[in-house]
Design a protein around this ligand. Sequence first.
Ligand SMILES: Nc1ncnc2c1ncn2[C@@H]1O[C@H](COP(=O)(O)OP(=O)(O)OP(=O)(O)O)[C@@H](O)[C@H]1O
Length: 696
Amino acid sequence: MEHLENLQLELGMKESSLSSQGSSLNDQSQLVFHHPWSRNVIKALHQVFRLPEFRANQLEAIDAALQGRDVFVLMPTGGGKSLCYQLPAIIQQQDRQCVTVVVSPLLSLMLDQVSQLVQSRGIPAAFWNGEVPRQQKNWIKNELLSAQPTMRLLYTTPESLHHSSDLKSILQSLHIRRLLARFVVDEAHCVSKWGHDFRPEYASLGQLKDQFYAVPWMALTATAPPRVQEDIVNVLNMQNCLVLKQSFRRVNLKFQVVEKESFKDGYREDLVQFVLQHRHQCGIVYCVTTKDCETLFKELSTRHVSCDRYHGKMTSRQRFNVQQKWQKDQLKVVVATIAFGMGIDKPNVRFVIHDSLPGNVEGYYQEIGRAGRDGQPSVCRLYYSYKDTRVHRILIAGQNSVSLRQEGTRHLNDMVRYCERMQCRQHFLMGYFGETDFDPSQCDRQCDRCSLSPTPYHRHLHQQSQIQGLVDFLNAYPRNKFTLNQLLEIFQGSRSKAYVEKGYDRATGFGSLSYLSKSHKERLLVHLILLGVLKEEAHKNRSRYANAYVSLGPKAFQLGSLAWPLQVNILTYTHSNDANAAINPTTGPTPHDITLPTTASHSRQQPLPPTAPNSTPPRKRLVLNKQCYAALCNKRDELNRQYGQSTYFSDALLKKLAKKLPTSHAEFFKVCNTMSDDDLRNFGVHFLEICKQHHA
Ligand SMILES: Nc1ncnc2c1ncn2[C@@H]1O[C@H](COP(=O)(O)OP(=O)(O)OP(=O)(O)O)[C@@H](O)[C@H]1O
């Protein structure tokens, strides 16, 4: 409490007393003292948020907010959106301390944000939602109805804003007394029905604009393509809005899509091997179903990976504990459904794996955005099979309105497009988010398609007449339902009894693709689905079991409008169950990225064979480097835990040590030449010992 009072005293200081502090503020602050509040803003940045300087667009958003303008902030995940509204919330405006109302979609998100504000920053904040006990609500009510409320931020849900008469009367009272600073809509993409996470209650937030006349708004999101951006501004009825956009590009992420079908023995072993090879690093593995989470969690646990799972069938206490442990690095890997991660701010997530196809690009980009928030290289790997669309199609079919079903299908097809893509994946992602001027030559081998050793493929051309045959076949049976697999069999020319009885073997198009391999046929049909010649939708069959069926799409009767011949690319796989070679194809293997043989025995640390350095075969040397790096990371984590702080031994430095494997103090100091003597004395000895043990 004393902390809070001090803070308020400090921030309530008069301009004259603050001006004397000018000389101690850094260069950035000298440039921005354009407004009466500028000194307080810089002071809050340094003293309350303990940050040295602003990131791109933060100051612009804060200034616009304090000017009373509506602001729309589009910043990549981890870009620092919270500061844009948390900082102005503690700045006095016209000699008054006002209250900022933040609308947030998740209760856990509110809890995190509020406890961080109160505990780490000493900023008075609270949340109000359906789960808050009456007693606490009464306390909030008394506080906000008092003559001079001390609370700076109130987090709430759109439901409470609409339905809680108590909350409404509190806000009205604040408004009348001119104590309402602004409304903030976090995760603003939920407002738009074109977005991937539309929430109808969000859409009616715009009505508040009339009720709370002249109160400014701020909307923030990390994932909104142009159509969604426009929609947010319209739906929220934002006036003369300052739009602050930033590139969506994340330069430290590697984008990989691994085809599940490329593994003879199933892709799961490859996924497990990937995690084993990175098991000393923090990561997330996203699964679509709870069952998959459980299975994979068991598999990884039995292979000694420090992991846990997180999904909707666990209690909120269990989920909270898993998240806490992971955030404190007491647990390396979380196997989770997409319920995990929103609002999580963990800097050192080195990999995000998707065990299955996500349902849309926006959600996917948000999920992988949890990797590498510290700017260090991190891998985003997606295991893809077109078959994984089925579960999404069934979910889409459950939507009530036609437009939601259409949107869901469009989103899913975009995700498939991303996975099927032969060219730069980043180009696709940037274009998707409206950065159409991104040149693939700028990709800098961030994606597997632009890496030095992209997966080779064969180009196949298909003429219109051939595709016409497939259209004619489906046109002849408008009432019949065909799964993708059945069509593959029919176009192969399968004479199974069911097909012959229905006369399919006499229809146009039957067997017309028999000369193509099964995977080629499948690719062609997927291609036609993406073009709109075919469409795939889920329906319930007679036994009320939902399945996905293929029928003619809108483009089936406009084949002439497509570009002919159609090009279909078929990948030629070079790996069986070892896709990890692609982790860092640009820089060659580093200890961090080295590919190990996929047998389980290599995944554990082995006793090291005593051989002379020069005689060590390169492959074996790489294994030693890799093992050494893992041991160094372990030691660093152990020291961090012991001393409750970060040692200065970064991942990059440990990699360098594992590569050089110094055996003497002199060699060690050469590698760590930027370290302070103290750090070397205190911690270096532990690391040198490990390097010596691994020196072959
Ligand atoms: N100016 C800054 N300088 C350094 N770090 C900053 C700055 N602003 C914010 N950060 C840090 O960046 C991290 C991410 O910030 P924040 O949680 O606000 O991101 P976000 O944009 O809301 O991300 P997400 O979309 O994932 O929720 C936090 O640890 C925060 O302290």
